[in-house]
Design a protein around this ligand. Structure first.
Ligand SMILES: Cc1ncc(COP(=O)(O)O)c(C=O)c1O
Length: 400
């Protein structure tokens, strides 16, 4: 008898239903592969929404975690620990910035970015107290806190969570003229995803990000790039911004920074920006803890080799070529960069959810978003054969 049905029921019984997971119960994983409680294997084409860029249980990351677990796990920032300096120095170097501020979740990095931008606005730019304003984009996804959902344009994410935090102006994504027009003397920052992941891997028009960079520089506004999902190798470079020749004032990082082991996020910026924070003004009990730093330092070292960025660029070509071949054969459109793709399924055929359920039956796990879109973001350790396998399974699902 299969264990999955009862395991699914057990998992749902005592939890809030804030997710609608696929009915699969995973018990172990390695590299790009997952195994469920019934011993069935699945190719992971979601990779924890890019938190598992290096695959499940990458040996170097597991080794770093084990070694740290045996020595020291938590001090709080009240004391300094011996993993902190290397992590901050090496991540700052990877980002080409002076300083980093470690937190835990992506949403906390975004909140940190917002707080820093506001303080910078008042203290450095000279914005009127209480008037700071941040320009954001329609279709954004930056996390789930009350302030962040205040400027979401997704009603599922936002409705009934008010009263909403003021101080944000929403403009259409990819529209440089609208963004420029929204900037006024109280604007402290523009906060954008260089590619909108949750929205369906939406790539902005060419020239948009360089244009945003230019207008931010001209108007003395911070450009905050939320690279929590797009960064750290996913698009075929360390940062998606890099592929547009753009250097933001602040990087927001998360997900893959924790190596799929621990939640680690960070804000990276130069001293003229992050330097506005003084003791007592921001923090987190677990942010920058020894276990997180030990794992994340190893993540930064993996990225410093360039191997994963290269793999993502090269294998991404293969993935996108395969997917483009399915346009007109069940797919309406394919977007993305590197090992990251948003696919629009022909709604006349099936929903994104149905496509994911059928893929699951064929041993491939992916996740739908916004009705008829599927997101593919396999671990960057996936092989050519595995990519071909995933595309073949998708073709079979679309062929009915
Ligand atoms: C671009 C982006 N920013 C922020 C977040 C929030 O991260 P977390 O779920 O770790 O709070 C996400 C999560 O999907 C994201 O994709």
């Amino acid at each position: 008898m299969l264990r999955t049905p009862s395991a699914v029921r057990d998992a749902e019984r005592h939890t809030a239903h804030n997710y609608h997971p696929l009915p699969v119960v995973i018990s172990s994983a390695e590299g790009a592969w997952l195994t469920d409680v019934d011993g069935r294997r699945y190719l992971d084409c979601l990779a924890g929404y890019s938190a598992l860029n290096f695959g499940h249980r990458h040996p170097k990351l597991i080794e770093a975690a084990h070694a740290q677990l045996d020595r020291l796990t938590l001090t709080s920032r009240a004391f300094i620990h011996d993993q902190f300096a290397d992590f901050c120095r090496e991540l700052a170097a990877l980002c080409g910035k002076d300083l980093v501020l470690p937190m835990n979740t992506g949403a906390e990095a975004v909140e940190t970015g917002i707080k820093v931008a506001r303080k910078w606005g008042y203290q450095v730019k000279g914005v009127t107290p209480g008037q700071a304003n941040i320009v954001v984009a329609e279709g954004n996804f930056h996390g789930r806190t009350t302030t962040i959902v205040s400027f979401s344009t997704d009603e599922d994410a936002r409705a009934d969570f008010g009263p909403y935090t003021p101080g944000f102006t929403v403009v259409p994504y990819g529209d440089l003229a609208a963004l420029t027009a929204a900037i006024d003397e109280n604007t402290v920052a523009v906060l954008l995803e260089p590619i909108q992941g949750e929205q369906g891997v939406v790539v902005p028009p060419e020239g948009y990000l360089p244009g945003v960079r230019e207008v931010c520089t001209e108007r003395n506004v911070l450009f905050i790039a939320d690279e929590i999902q797009s960064g750290l190798g996913r698009t075929g470079a360390t940062f998606a911004c890099e592929q547009e020749g753009v250097v933001p004032d602040m990087y927001l990082l998360g997900k893959a920074l924790g190596g799929g082991i621990v939640p680690v996020s960070a804000v990276a910026a130069n001293a003229d920006v992050l330097g506005v924070l003084k003791p007592g003004q921001h923090g987190s009990t677990f942010g920058g803890n020894p276990l997180a730093c030990a794992v994340a330092t190893e993540v930064v070292r993996l990225l410093a080799t360039g191997e994963f960025q290269r793999r993502s660029a090269e294998l991404g070509e293969r993935l996108h070529a395969g997917l483009r071949g399915l346009v007109g054969k069940g797919l309406v459109a394919v977007r993305g960069r590197g090992l990251w793709a948003g696919l629009d399924i022909d709604p006349a055929l099936m929903t994104g959810r149905e496509a994911c359920e059928r893929l699951m039956e064929r041993g491939v796990l992916a996740k739908d978003t916004h009705g008829s879109t599927i997101r593919l973001a396999p671990p960057l350790v996936i092989t050519e054969e595995e990519i071909d396998h995933a595309v073949a399974q998708l073709a079979a699902v679309l062929a009915g």
